[in-house]
Design a protein around this ligand. Structure first.
Ligand SMILES: Cc1ncc(COP(=O)(O)O)c(C=O)c1O
Length: 435
């Protein structure tokens, strides 16, 4: 059971009162179209006004069950009272001073808390950023700086961000790279998650074109996120660690999506008992405020003053939100993620037995996905997109990922009734599509 009751101002299940989008939402979408970048990717016209726990209300008073958490961000739910209170108290004290040039306690306190929880042998040093891509950008720089090497190995299907370094590691969708070249040189991609791929690295690439002693880092998601919530084969991450050890390569684990309790552990890599050299995180760390962090073994984060810095990273208000988030994760939310994830997967298993259009689920904790399949068992992205729309019209917010997957990454405060509601809506959508 969760230790902190959420104040109920919104209903705890979907409540649709207009056609969708409603009149106010329609007007805002039109205004948006005129002035915001066309590069944003919106699957359906949801215009959010407020949120609470796992529910969000749109500008027309329609209430939705949110299985997206704003792309796996609002770990403690929308507007958790303890997080809101921490933000308000800190905002009234100090909004900004820049941790690059000055000191303030929330940044130190958060670094201390992360350092003792990092799955490293001797604690950690922490560099704070504002986002996932910035965390990965910094990790690439740190790996090159520390090793004096330049090459990097990453994985097909990976998503590490949109800035040049991180984008050069990203290999999720061509549209994310097209027309932006040249990218960072020296990055080699191999297939994700299989021993066959590591055989290829060791037996084909290392002896022929990729001198392992020139590789600074292998960058890997513990569970691949945008690529489809892919869980690697047993032993894959352990073997990667062993390869890194053999050649003095740093193992960087990108936990931007899988971290901060989402899989039932603070970092997903803990499921495999592997100790990386560097972990990057962001998204759920501050429950919705922009914050990222690079955690590194202390003997690795040895760059000199001025070599890496940021104006906003580790902002005091974001750090206060993260301290409150961490406390909530450890006082029930991570355990809830494990329990609710099991319930969700059990329900999705039942649906996959009933409907040949969906695959059995995969994932850990509340990082779960299913694929949508056509009558020949091939990935069906059109069907996936249709289901996202139909679920939206019934008050269920879902996101896609991978080739034709639907991901379930709700706030970690979700309860069993809400899991059942999500499953029931999915059932209704699949039943209608089958007719
Ligand atoms: C695994 C992973 N790394 C990095 C990023 C980039 O994070 P941001 O959008 O905060 O830059 C994402 C975003 O989805 C992600 O899933």
């Amino acid at each position: 059971m969760l230790s902190i009751p959420i104040d109920i101002g919104l209903p705890r299940s979907p409540h649709i009162v207009t056609s969708l989008p409603g009149p106010r939402a329609k007007a805002i979408v039109e205004r948006d179209r005129a002035v915001t970048s066309p590069s944003y990717t919106r699957d359906y016209p949801l215009v959010v006004a407020r949120g609470e726990g796992c529910m969000v209300e749109d500008v027309d008073g329609n209430v939705f069950l949110d299985m997206t958490a704003g792309i796996a961000v609002t770990a403690t739910g929308h507007a958790h009272p303890e997080v809101v209170q921490a933000i308000q108290e800190q905002a009234a004290m100090l909004l900004h001073m820049s941790g690059t040039d000055f000191y303030y306690e929330p940044m130190v306190e958060l670094a201390e808390k992360l350092a003792i929880r990092a799955p490293f042998p001797n604690g950690a040093r922490v560099f704070f950023s504002n986002s996932g891509t910035e965390s990965n950008e910094g990790a690439i720089k740190l790996a090159r700086y520390y090793t004096g090497r330049s090459l990097i190995v990453a994985f097909l299907g990976a998503f590490h961000g949109r800035t040049y370094g991180a984008m050069s590691l990203t290999a999720s969708k061509t549209v994310q790279r097209a027309n932006f070249g040249p990218l960072l040189p020296g990055v080699t991609h191999i297939p994700y998650g299989t021993h066959a791929s590591l055989d290829y690295l060791e037996k084909q690439l290392f002896p022929t074109m990729l001198p392992p002693k020139e590789v600074a880092a292998i960058v890997v998601e513990a569970i691949q996120g945008e690529g489809g919530y892919i869980v690697p084969e047993d032993g894959f991450l352990q073997r990667l660690r062993e390869i890194c050890d053999r050649f003095g390569i740093l193992m960087i684990v990108d936990e931007v999506q899988s971290g901060m309790g989402r899989t039932g552990r603070l970092f997903a890599i803990e499921h495999w008992g592997v100790m990386p050299d560097i972990i990057t995180t962001a998204k759920g760390i501050a429950s919705g405020l922009p914050l990222g962090a690079i955690l590194a073994r202390p003997e690795i984060m040895t760059w000199q003053p001025g070599s890496h810095a940021t104006t906003f990273g580790g902002n005091p208000v974001a750090c206060a939100a993260a301290i409150a988030t961490l406390k909530l994760l450890e006082s029930g939310l991570m355990a809830n993620a494990t329990q609710m994830g099991e319930l969700l997967q059990a329900g999705l298993h039942r649906l996959s037995q009933q409907f040949p259009q969906i695959s059995p689920p995969r994932g850990k904790g509340l990082m779960v996905a299913v694929d949508l399949l056509d009558s020949e068992g091939k990935f069906d992205s059109m069907l996936r997109n249709r289901i996202l729309q139909e679920a939206f019209l019934r008050g269920l917010l879902l996101l896609g990922c991978g080739k034709a997957a639907i991901r379930f990454c709700p706030p970690l405060v979700i309860d069993s009734d809400q899991i059942q509601t999500a499953l029931q809506i999915l059932f209704e959508v699949l039943a209608e599509i089958q007719c």
